[in-house]
Design a protein around this ligand. Structure first.
Ligand SMILES: Nc1nc2c(c(=O)[nH]1)N[C@H]1C(S)=C(S)[C@@H](COP(=O)(O)O)O[C@H]1N2
Ligand SMILES: [Mo]
Length: 244
C-alpha cells in the first residue's frame, strides 16, 4: 500500500523556520533556564511574546501535555476558526460536493491512530494520539469521479496548501483530524480540523484545513515550492497503531 519512497532532499529552507509563536509555558520554561544560568543564547522578544524558532527548537523545552511540538505558521498568525461555524468543503471531481460541519465529521465513522509526528527539521514527537475521520472515508462520501488522480488541500490561513495523490489518499493512516493529544485540536495546532498524514513529514499535515479539492493534477505545496520533495515520505518509522 506504500507509495514508492523517494530520497529526501537535504536542500531547501527549513519548513517551519518562519517566525513561530510558542506557548506561554515554553517561554516561562526558557526564562527559567536562563534564570538558572544556562547559556542558551535565547532571544526572548518579550516575556509573553515570541521566541525565535531556532532557539525554541534548540532548547526543546518539554511542554506538559503538549510534548515536544513546535507551533508553525507561515503567515505569522494563527487563525482562530470557530468550531460551531466550521465547514470542510469537498469539491472538484466528486459526484456530490460536501460541506461538512464538525458535528458531521463527528457523526461519521471515527478512526484513532497512535503515531509519531515528525518535522523534516528533525524534531519528533513520539506516540501522539490522533482521532478523526479517515480521509478515504470523506472521499467515499463525496464520491470521487474516475478522472480524478490527486487532491489539493487548503487552509483557512489563506496561504498554505498541500497535495496528495489519490492513491496515497486511500491509505488507512491519513486522517482528517479533529482531536490530537487527547483533546480537540487547538487553534495553535491548526484546529478545529487539520490533516494528519502519518507516514510523511509534518509539512504534509496542513493546519486549519477547510477545503479538499479533488483534481487531476498534483500542485506542489508551500514548502515543496521552496525545495522540499512533494513525496514527503519518512520511511523506516515504526508502524502506525490503530486504536480499536
Ligand atoms: N497551514 C499551515 N499548516 C502547516 C504549517 C504551516 O505553517 N501552516 N506548517 C507545517 C509544518 S512544516 C509542520 S512540521 C507542522 C507543525 O504542526 P504544529 O504546528 O501543530 O506543531 O504543520 C504543518 N502544517
Ligand atoms: Mo515541519
Amino acid at each position: 500500500m506504500a507509495e514508492q519512497p523517494e530520497q529526501q532532499s537535504s536542500r531547501g529552507p527549513v519548513p517551519g523556520a518562519k517566525p513561530v509563536h510558542v506557548g506561554r509555558r515554553t517561554v516561562l520554561g526558557i526564562l527559567g533556564l536562563a534564570a538558572v544560568g544556562i547559556a542558551v543564547g535565547a532571544k526572548v522578544d518579550n516575556a509573553l511574546g515570541s521566541v525565535s524558532s531556532a532557539v525554541s527548537n534548540a532548547i526543546g523545552v518539554p511542554l506538559p501535555g503538549d510534548a515536544d511540538f513546535r507551533y508553525y505558521t507561515i503567515t505569522g498568525s494563527y487563525p482562530v476558526v470557530p468550531a460551531d461555524t466550521y465547514e470542510l468543503t469537498v469539491d472538484g471531481m466528486v459526484r456530490e460536493p460536501l460541506r461538512l460541519s464538525l458535528a458531521d465529521l463527528r457523526s461519521m465513522k471515527r478512526t484513532k491512530l497512535v503515531h509519531q509526528f515528525q518535522c523534516v527539521t528533525g524534531w519528533i514527537v513520539p506516540g501522539v494520539h490522533w482521532e478523526g475521520v479517515l480521509l478515504s472515508d470523506v472521499l467515499e462520501r463525496a464520491g470521487v469521479t474516475p478522472e480524478a488522480t490527486a487532491l489539493r488541500f487548503f487552509s483557512a490561513d489563506g496561504a498554505y496548501t498541500e497535495s496528495l495523490t489519490l492513491s496515497q489518499a486511500h491509505r488507512p493512516d491519513i486522517l482528517v483530524a479533529d482531536k490530537m493529544l487527547g483533546t480537540n485540536v487547538t487553534a495553535d495546532h491548526g484546529g478545529p480540523v487539520r490533516l494528519y498524514v502519518a507516514p510523511m513529514y509534518g509539512y504534509k499535515s496542513i493546519k486549519w484545513l477547510n477545503r479538499i479539492e479533488v483534481t487531476n493534477v498534483v500542485v506542489p505545496g508551500y514548502w515543496e515550492d521552496n525545495g522540499y520533495p512533494v513525496n514527503a515520505w519518512i520511511g523506516g518509522s515504526a508502524p502506525v497503531s490503530v486504536v480499536p
